[in-house]
Design a protein around this ligand. Structure first.
Ligand SMILES: [Fe+2]
Ligand SMILES: [Fe+2]
Length: 253
């Protein structure tokens, strides 16, 4: 049902730019494609989704909307400290894409006649935790969210209740696939000099975070998954099979 992660080990064509220079190019080119795709989404249509689907959809989208709406301040500060200007520029453009997702989900909420969420306890916890993390750990946590997003938006793109919902989800998941590859590239560089012990520790922390977060999302958003016929166990399996590829791409020597 979901779109699986792209082949993370596939070589990508690069010009003269370094690895993050090509990410800057990717994000810049994406901006043009986005304007066209967004203009084609019929937000002005009248929504006639039955309440049995609309209500869990609103509850779920509100939480993802809040999650996508961070300003990336912590991440960009750490990226700046890492001293790679190309990476910093790419990270700024990446944060801008996430903010576009938040804006799209806000429009989707308007279409569904739902209200945005101001705050959720999990975000407050995350903000505190992230302050304690270095860039690498923060990117590992962020990557878990990106991988969860592949199955979430992928599921909605395939089985969302109407064409507006499916179009928004398809538009966002098309960004999330490259986002995962972007995080993988930076993390692979971050672990390049790490010994086996540090990799094993990262492996354990990362899997624990991923399994915990995926199970929480599957239950928290369970009513929506039920409403679109996406079994929770299937969702968990889809996310974790994508995640296994990411871990291998980053931590395998
Ligand atoms: Fe996103
Ligand atoms: Fe993303």
């Amino acid at each position: 049902m979901t779109q699986q992660a792209d082949d993370l080990s596939a070589p990508r064509v690069r010009g003269d730019a370094g690895i993050f220079g090509s990410w800057v190019q990717h994000f810049e080119q994406n901006e043009h494609a986005h304007a066209k795709a967004d203009a084609a989404i019929p937000f002005a249509d009248r929504s006639d989704i039955p309440d049995s689907v609309r209500n869990p959809l609103i509850e779920s989208v509100r939480r993802f909307q809040l999650g996508e709406s961070g300003d990336g301040e912590q991440l960009l500060r750490k990226a700046a400290r890492a001293g790679d200007l190309e990476y910093l520029r790419a990270a700024e453009l990446f944060v801008a894409e996430e903010q576009q997702h938040a804006a799209l989900l806000l429009r989707l909420l308007g279409y569904l006649d739902g209200q945005p969420m101001r705050r959720h306890w999990s975000d407050a916890v995350f903000v505190r935790l992230r302050r304690l993390m270095g860039l690498r750990t923060e990117l590992m946590v962020l990557t878990v969210a990106e991988v969860v997003a592949l199955s979430y938006y992928g599921g909605l793109a395939n089985a969302g209740p109407d064409r507006v919902v499916r179009a928004v989800a398809a538009r966002i998941v098309a960004d999330e696939h490259p986002h995962v590859r972007f995080q993988v590239d930076r993390l692979r560089a971050g672990f390049a000099g790490s010994r086996a012990g540090a990799r094993a520790l990262a492996f354990a922390f990362w899997w624990l975070t991923a399994v915990g977060a995926t199970v929480v999302v599957a239950f928290d958003h369970g009513p929506l998954l039920d409403a679109i016929g996406y079994r929770r166990t299937r969702f968990i399996r889809d996310v974790l099979s994508d995640f296994a590829k990411v871990v291998a791409a980053v931590l395998r020597r």
